[in-house]
Design a protein around this ligand. Structure first.
Ligand SMILES: Cc1ncc(COP(=O)(O)O)c(CN[C@H](C(=O)O)[C@H](C)O)c1O
Length: 349
């Protein structure tokens, strides 16, 4: 039985076109700024996102950490949503390495944080007891909030409040192209107003490795040094950048297919006794659903049972599981996955 892997869009493999481009990539030593493929990707990414410059990093986690290191001094405070990936899934890097305290504000069901909540969280650093609020972090789309999207207006409202208080805004845009496709807006509409933004090449865009951090020339100059410090300086990594250039050319529009499959998946799961999900809440490629403990069982036991039946899912919160659609998941795979989930749930009930 073929396994249906819905754990994440991080499981995607490079396309044949990417592999050809990787093999033929023009390369150089990127520590000296001499890799033509990396330079082309960084310039292309910055232009697409309405920023001045870009920096290839090894991962979204590295990009987010470099943003914290660049904007924050030790003892500063970073404001972010209580469900932020930077708070839940990055090994406390911003605190451990950047020495910044994290201040949480509520996320709504879509993963948005409210400008009013950010304004209320800004600290009065003139008081000797109080840390300075130097960075506000956004996430679009939102991982733990079912792939929810922030609109350009949502983004500008938070940026205006942060800037009024002298804080910078970092956008964790791991899946920013999913947001742009779902909203049917140019990606720059979602990224041009923030102070820096990272997006992942290695998720739904299907590259084997990497993210690109974009911002002002001055920010990127400082970020490049922090990247070097954390060991992220790379040599002939143009073989990776070449895949990124292919991704930006060929893998963005198709994200709408992943979104349609996610809605199809949610509609199927909604009909399974013991599972709860609202198909109308699915806007991109992430489906988070609730498992009734009494009717079905503990979420982690359900993950194990689904694995036995050939469906791989990931854990989200308490009794919630997550499925993520991507280029290796067809609509037929979605229907087969729902049928298998039905069988598993009946077996456990
Ligand atoms: C919003 C966001 N920002 C940053 C990252 C980190 O990217 P990587 O370090 O995995 O490249 C992720 C990865 N998310 C991964 C996944 O979704 O499977 C896991 C949970 O880390 C992310 O979802």
């Amino acid at each position: 039985m073929a396994v249906i892997d819905l754990r994440s869009d991080t499981v995607t493999h490079p396309t044949d076109e990417m592999r050809r481009a990787m093999a033929e990539a023009e390369v150089g030593d990127d520590v000296f700024g001499e890799d033509p493929s990396i330079n082309a990707l960084q310039e292309r990414a910055a232009e697409l996102l309405g920023q001045e410059a870009g920096l290839l990093t090894a991962s979204g986690t590295m990009s987010n950490l470099i943003a914290a290191l660049t904007w924050c001094s030790r003892g500063d405070e970073m404001i972010m949503g209580q469900e932020a990936h930077m708070f839940w899934n990055e090994s406390a890097g911003s605190s451990a390495l950047a020495g910044a305290q994290i201040r949480l504000v509520p996320n709504d069901d879509n993963g948005r944080i409210a400008a009013g909540d950010v304004a209320a969280a800004i600290r009065d650093a003139s008081n000797i007891h109080v840390p300075a609020s130097t960075l506000v972090c956004l996430e679009n789309t939102h991982n733990r909030c079912s792939g929810g999207v922030m609109t350009p207006q949502d983004t500008r409202e938070v940026v205006d409040v942060a800037h009024a208080a002298g804080a910078a805004v970092h956008l964790d845009g791991a899946r920013i192209f999913n947001a742009a496709v779902a909203l049917e807006v140019p990606v720059a509409e979602l990224t041009k107003d923030v102070d820096d933004v990272s997006f992942c090449l290695s998720k739904a865009l299907s590259c084997p490795v990497g993210s690109v951090l974009c911002g002002s020339e001055e920010f990127i100059t400082r970020a490049r040094k922090w990247r070097k410090m954390v060991g992220g300086g790379m040599r002939q990594a143009g073989v990776l950048a070449a895949a990124g250039l292919v991704a930006l050319d060929s893998m963005v529009e198709r994200l709408a297919d992943d979104h349609a499959n996610a809605r199809r998946l949610a509609a199927g799961l909604a009909d399974v006794d013991g599972l709860t999900v609202d198909p109308d809440s699915i806007h991109t490629n992430i489906v988070i659903f609730e498992v009734d403990r009494e009717a079905v069982g503990d979420a982690r036991e359900v993950i194990a049972a689904l694995r036995e039946d050939g469906v791989l899912v990931s854990h989200s919160r308490e009794q919630s599981l997550r499925m993520v659609t991507h280029r290796h998941i067809s609509s037929a795979d979605v229907d087969e996955a729902v049928a298998r989930v039905n069988g598993t749930v009946r077996r456990l009930a």
